[in-house]
Write a protein that binds this ligand. Structure first.
Ligand code: CA
Length: 219
C-alpha cells in the first residue's frame, strides 16, 4: 500500500518513514499542502494539520471531496473543536503529537479494516423504500437520491447490514468511528438526528432505550 505522508517536520517524518517502510508500506513523503494535493492516487493519507503553505484541514477537505481515500490526521491540537471540525472534513481518524509508532500502526490497520468493505464488497442493502448501494455509496429513498455526508452514509450502511437488529452505541462507535474518537460526546446522537431528519420520518431509526438503535422501514 502506498501511503502519502504530508509532514513538514523532519523529526516526525523520518522515524515514521522508517517504521512504515519496515512494515512493508511504500511512503511518498511531501512537506506542503500543495504537494499533497498534486500527489497521484494515494491509497492512504497521513496528514499533518500544521503545514507551511496552508491549513491541513483544507487539504483534508479537498482530498475527501475527491474520493474515499482513508485519511488519518496528525495534529498538535487536542481540543474538542478540532475533533468536530475533522469529522465534518471527513477525516477517518486523528492522532495527537507526540505518539508512538505502534499506536499509529494500530490506527492505520483499524482504518483500513473499516474502509475495506466500502470498496470491495457491498452489494445493495436496505428495504423496498430505502436502497443503499455500498459500492457507489448512493442511497435512494422512495426512488430519490439522498444527500448524505460520508459519516451519515457510513452510519446508515452500518445499521442496514442487519435490518431490524439492535446495534449498541458501542457497536456503532466502533464500527463507524473508533471509540477513541469521541468518548462521551454527543456526536452519535447528532448524526442519528440528522439521518432521521433526512429520512423524513423519525421511525426509520428506532431508539431502544438503554441499549442503542435499530433501522426499520416504518409501517
Ligand atoms: Ca507541521
Amino acid at each position: 500500500m502506498n501511503i502519502l505522508l504530508v509532514e513538514d517536520d523532519n523529526s516526525i517524518a523520518e522515524p515514521l518513514i522508517l517504521g512504515l517502510e519496515r512494515d512493508g508500506f511504500s511512503v511518498n513523503r511531501v512537506r506542503t499542502g500543495s504537494e499533497a494535493l498534486s500527489a497521484t492516487d494515494p491509497e492512504f493519507v497521513l496528514l499533518d494539520l500544521g503545514l507551511p503553505d496552508c491549513d491541513g484541514a483544507d487539504v483534508c477537505r479537498v482530498l475527501r471531496s475527491r474520493g474515499e481515500v482513508p485519511i488519518i490526521v496528525i495534529t498538535a491540537r487536542a481540543d474538542e473543536i478540532d475533533r468536530v471540525v475533522l469529522l465534518e472534513l471527513g477525516a477517518d481518524d486523528y492522532m495527537v503529537k507526540p505518539f508512538g509508532f505502534r499506536e499509529l500502526r494500530a490506527r492505520i490497520r483499524a482504518v483500513q479494516r473499516r474502509s475495506q468493505p466500502r470498496s470491495d464488497a457491498g452489494g445493495p442493502v436496505g428495504t423496498e423504500r430505502l436502497e443503499i448501494d455500498r459500492r457507489t455509496r448512493r442511497v435512494l429513498l422512495d426512488g430519490t437520491e439522498m444527500q448524505l455526508t460520508p459519516k451519515e452514509f457510513d452510519l446508515l450502511a452500518f445499521m442496514a447490514t442487519d435490518l431490524g437488529a439492535v446495534y449498541t452505541r458501542n457497536d456503532i462507535l466502533e464500527g463507524v468511528w473508533d471509540t477513541h474518537w469521541y468518548g462521551p460526546t454527543k456526536t452519535l446522537d447528532v448524526h442519528i438526528a440528522a439521518l432521521r431528519k433526512k429520512l423524513g420520518d423519525p421511525r426509520w431509526i428506532e431508539t431502544v432505550r438503554g441499549v442503542g438503535f435499530r433501522l426499520l422501514q416504518p409501517e
